[in-house]
Design a protein around this ligand. Sequence first.
Ligand code: NAD
Ligand code: ZN
Length: 244
Amino acid sequence: MELLDLVKKIEESKNIVVLTGAGISHESGIPTFRGKDGLWEKYKPEELATPWAFEKNPKLVWEWYNYRREIIAKAKPNECHYLIAELEKEKDLTLITQNIDGLHELAGSRDIIELHGNIWRVKCTKCSYKEINRDVPLKEIPPKCPKCVGLLRPDVVWFGEPLPTEELNDAMELSAKCDLFIVIGTSLVVQPAGSLPFIALENRAFVVEVNPEETILSQRAHLFFKMKAVEFARRFKEVWKELC
Ligand code: NAD
Ligand code: ZN
């Protein structure tokens, strides 16, 4: 039985990496980029989450982020976020996430590499000012820097922007070194995050994927659980508890 294989693999692994994407937070009520998203359906995320969109219309981009912040503020971690936090207590496990929603931290994960930033952090477009801003809704749109005349922007990685160097280097190194790599809820189409499981495969890690849809990894993964994150977490925990 595949879940049993995974539980055993986790027991014997020394370095585990978990990579998550928007899919893990879907059942917490946060839409993915490739799903339908009512109000903003007429815009593609690729048209809003870019430095060019911000330059052209910072108000529109901030209104979209304000809307996303409202959804995320109401969301709670689900059983799969909690499962990863629980596993971290037992094993040497690093979580690499493409999500900007902060739900992993809320669930108790501590060793987290946020590859694409965090929606609650804002930074100035002109100076080095940064702050945590949890105002929902924002007091002014677009918000201004308190230190200079610049506009503030979300401290997230937009399409066309490089990833933070240290985070990306750590993520690549860990992917190459780990013996077990678990991917949950990502389409793997956004690069360079999408190449991390392939780095793990090349370096002979055991690779596991959880996704209700097939991705470019599914055929090559050692185990593919074609299911949603919460269902996976529930089934996994049943088997895990039985063995402990
Ligand atoms: P994506 O939207 O490209 O893909 C989502 C994937 O999740 C799909 O493969 C889908 O089949 C799968 N999925 C859907 N429901 C699922 C479920 N219940 N359980 C497990 N998997 C499920 O997302 P991505 O690969 O993370 O890449 C898109 C970019 O979008 C990332 O850069 C990320 O920062 C950003 N994003 C983040 C959030 C968030 O923070 N929650 C939300 C939307 C987009
Ligand atoms: Zn400034």
